[in-house]
Design a protein around this ligand. Structure first.
Ligand SMILES: [Zn+2]
Length: 134
């Protein structure tokens, strides 16, 4: 390998990984800020609309997962604690993986359906796959 090739090699290895632009669903992000001892999510409603889940279920999940009382206020969600870092968006991603994404085709075009014994199923509108939700 001559100097030129080495240099070229370096350039290529420093390039960021190729971004695949196939229609992969991107989990929306919450925009939030803290105020006193509260954390306020500004775009709560619009994120819920994007992932097509009602605000109440998302609310419940957050309250349970973060062990924080929460309340919806217009388009916002108020969490009664100051939350550091990006735990809120991590939890949102978890929520989407658990309750929104189809594991068969990896699309978010799903809805929840009541199954027997109070169980819920996630039904995919793209490929028809179903899985139970706990
Ligand atoms: Zn599917």
């Amino acid at each position: 390998m001559n100097e030129y090739e080495k240099l070229l090699g370096n350039i290529y290895s420093n390039l960021p990984e190729k971004v695949t632009t196939t229609e992969r669903f991107e989990v929306p992000k919450f925009e939030f800020f803290t105020e006193g001892n509260k954390t306020i999510i500004k775009n709560f409603k619009s994120v819920c609309d994007k992932i097509r889940r009602d605000q109440e279920s998302v609310c419940k999940y957050f309250s349970k997962e973060l062990a924080v009382p929460v309340g919806v206020q217009g388009e916002r969600l108020i969490l009664q604690r100051k939350l550091m870092g990006d735990i809120i968006n991590k939890k949102l991603e978890e929520f989407v993986l658990k309750f929104v994404m189809c594991r068969q085709c990896n699309k978010p075009d799903t809805h929840m359906q009541e199954a027997s014994h109070g169980l819920k199923q996630l039904v995919c509108e793209s490929c028809g796959a179903r899985r139970s939700i706990r």
